[in-house]
Design a protein around this ligand. Sequence first.
Ligand code: NAD
Ligand code: ZN
Ligand code: ZN
Length: 358
Amino acid sequence: MAAAHEQGQTQKAFGWAARDSSGILSPFHFTRRANGDDDITIKILFCGICHSDLNFTTNELGSSPYPMVPGHEIVGVVTQVGCKVKKFKVGDKAAMGGLIGSCGTCSCCQDDMETYCPKAVTAYTFFEGQPINYGGFSDIYVVNEHFAIQFPDTLPLESGAPLLCAGISVYSPMKYFGLSEAGKHLGVVGLGGLGHLAVKFGKAFGMKVTVISTSPNKKEEAIERFGADSFLVSRDPEEMQAAMGTMDGIIDTVSGPHPLNPLVDLLKWNGKLIVVGVDVKPIELSLFPLIAGRKLIAGSAGGGLKGSQEMIDFAAKHNIVADVEVIPMDYVNTAMERVTKGDVRYRFVIDIGNTLRA
Ligand SMILES: NC(=O)c1ccc[n+]([C@@H]2O[C@H](COP(=O)([O-])OP(=O)(O)OC[C@H]3O[C@@H](n4cnc5c(N)ncnc54)[C@H](O)[C@@H]3O)[C@@H](O)[C@H]2O)c1
Ligand SMILES: [Zn+2]
Ligand SMILES: [Zn+2]
């Protein structure tokens, strides 16, 4: 018998979509494919709001397709499983992030780094020309089980949801670039959703962690709530001068334009500046400090499925969750405005299960 999705069957779904580059979201009915042999259907309970959702709903990169249902920090409960599904059964907690498909055969896929696959398919369509998908600000998701992870029983769903993007997007480069070794000194630039989780992972790895921020506003929280060892105000030339050459690595999570050379100067020789924040405009960079100190600047996009499972199991073991403000669905437009202004401590998470009503 042909799989249900091959017969063209679908499931009704409902969410909130942006219709144009105003980014304003409103209720939207659509369909998802029927649950195939390798698929699970997740009843979504919570979905985080990532800064990237704002980038795409407001067309900052210039090629957003509409209507767009954002959301890629998804947790919920499994309501259907296909006959070939091995990892999940009905009633299990499941989670998914920004990726729902890849070729399975290229070197990225073979290395469990599916996010870099040239044929990677994202949880909702970012650019015109890609297959149309709708994200997690919605009631259900149908996904191949490979692209979902098991959500540990000991983690709370709402504060665990942001691990699916914010968490893996800092954990993966920290592990890959050797910024997870006890005793090393890590700088974290930008104390937002990604940044505050980078501090928590850094401390769980046994590192010395310094938060680098433009203002001292979040100093107390960084140190007392997240356990950072110190706080550096990047607009204070004396503080920056004193910290020069002291850090083994820096994770830069800043979402707006900012100079990189002052950060390069904070690195020891051989130090690594890992950029994960997305500033779409080209930047000016002086190369001599990189050459003179054999320093490296690199980027990183999320992490693969194996890494995501490892990250969430590590988070469960070390009680790492995001600091969240849980909101009802109809607060989402105000929340997006507050993300624009940087007025978030430290992640909005939508209570889809209790507040999304068709
Ligand atoms: N590479 C990846 O895998 C990946 C994954 C998710 C998000 N992102 C990107 O990472 C960035 C951070 O995401 P988030 O969800 O943590 O965002 P956020 O809004 O929670 O945090 C961003 C932080 O940057 C600060 N900031 C913004 N503009 C600044 C500027 N010009 N100078 C200094 N500080 C500034 C804000 O005050 C805030 O603390 C975004 O650009 C997002 O698109 C990247
Ligand atoms: Zn994200
Ligand atoms: Zn591939």
